[in-house]
Ligand binder design. Structure first.
Ligand code: ATP
Ligand code: FE
Length: 342
């Protein structure tokens, strides 16, 4: 089966065609950084309007690139939340329109499920259940991924998400948005032990995260004028990594899994990838992380989540009155189809 995926939950507009054999037939992502950068962050209405402009052409483009027509597609998967709801509505409604016009099923995908299953698109050997560190712009969670639609949340952040912390550190250092890649680049030239920064929650018996205190400490370090920016960046990144490793170690003890997986935009960070791979090795777990482009927002992961749900049981499609959701926790959607996936 071939699934068209649509993504529009934040500031990336994306479309992709993925098939059941994990072939990415075509895909395209258009970022909106230039439209939002004058405001120092994503402006929801500007994002929604940009999706309206960009998405129809992207759909045309991915079909053309794969030399296909909409009639050749088996189902249309669109992000239905969580995210900036105006943008979600644009992609979801585009998906509904295409599904209706072509007479194909709609698959309303949870964006977090897209991130959570993305490692299985890149790694055919990755079986359920696995422990997932989901570290993105809006979330920082540890989840036991037991199957498609079957998630047990072990931990979450009590304040900021990890990607948000990278973006705020970048802002304090005068780097652009999105901050993650810019902080990583600067950190490569700095010393990770130069600036004393806290590791919130380390030592706690429950694997939750907290990054607000780290953000304030970075702010104070920058304001003090005592440190080089590259040393602040490197020390900040190391603090986040130390939190990831410590918290994930606790979760490994609580979860019954054979693999450790990291996904979401922050998983594009090389230091994060290396440290968690090492942790997995120490605990005798297999390790999997998608390529960087599949960690940050894209539509291939949405199409893939569609493939997994399409393949699981007697999937008939989601109703065309499915709502766009600003909030949609991964572990509480009882209305999801459960199954083993591909
Ligand atoms: P969510 O998925 O929670 O709804 P989102 O879709 O906005 O949020 P993603 O696209 O998954 O988030 O990830 C974007 C985040 O990842 C940003 O905060 C960005 O700074 C961070 N990020 C991207 N690349 C890197 C990197 N190389 N190092 C660290 N952080 C990174
Ligand atoms: Fe995301």
């Amino acid at each position: 089966a071939i699934i068209l995926g649509l993504e529009s939950s934040c500031d990336d507009t994306a479309a992709a065609l993925v098939d059941t054999d994990r072939q990415i037939l075509s895909q395209a992502v258009v970022g909106q950084a230039d439209r939002h950068s004058p405001y120092g962050g994503v402006v929801p209405e500007i994002a929604a309007r940009a999706h309206v402009e960009i998405l129809p052409d992207l759909v045309r483009q991915v079909l053309e690139d794969a030399e296909m027509e909409i009639g050749d597609i088996d189902a249309i998967a669109a992000t239905a939340g969580p995210g900036l709801v105006g943008g979600v509505m644009v992609g979801l409604l585009t998906g509904k329109g295409l599904a209706l016009a072509a007479g194909k099923p709609l698959i309303a995908v949870n964006h977090l499920e897209g991130h959570a299953l993305s490692p299985r698109l890149a790694d055919p050997s990755l079986d359920f259940p696995y422990l997932l560190l989901l570290a993105s712009g809006g979330h920082c969670q540890l989840l036991e991924v037991r199957g498609v639609g079957d998630y047990r949340r072990l931990a979450t952040t009590i304040d900021d998400a990890a990607g948000e912390a990278f973006d705020k550190a970048a802002k304090q250092l005068g780097l652009g948005y999105p901050g993650g890649p810019a902080v990583e680049k600067l950190a490569a030239e700095g010393c990770p032990t130069a600036v004393p920064l806290p590791r919130p929650m380390i030592g706690s018996g429950e694997p939750h995260f907290s990054f607000a205190g780290l953000k304030s400490a970075v702010q104070r370090a920058v304001a003090s004028g005592q440190f080089e920016p590259e040393d602040v960046a490197a020390s900040f990144q190391q603090a986040v990594i130390d939190c990831f490793v410590d918290r994930t170690r606790i979760a490994i003890e609580q979860a019954d899994v054979k693999s450790l997986v990291v996904a979401g935009g922050v998983a594009a960070n090389q230091g994060v990838r290396r440290s968690l791979e090492k942790l997995a090795g120490q605990h005798g777990l297999a390790f999997s992380v998608p390529p960087g482009w599949l960690c940050t927002d894209n539509a291939a992961m949405i199409a893939w989540a569609g493939v997994e749900r399409f393949a699981s049981g007697e999937f008939a499609g989601d109703p065309l009155d499915t709502p766009a959701r600003a909030r949609w926790p991964l572990d509480s959607d009882a209305d999801k189809v459960r199954g083993a996936g591909v």
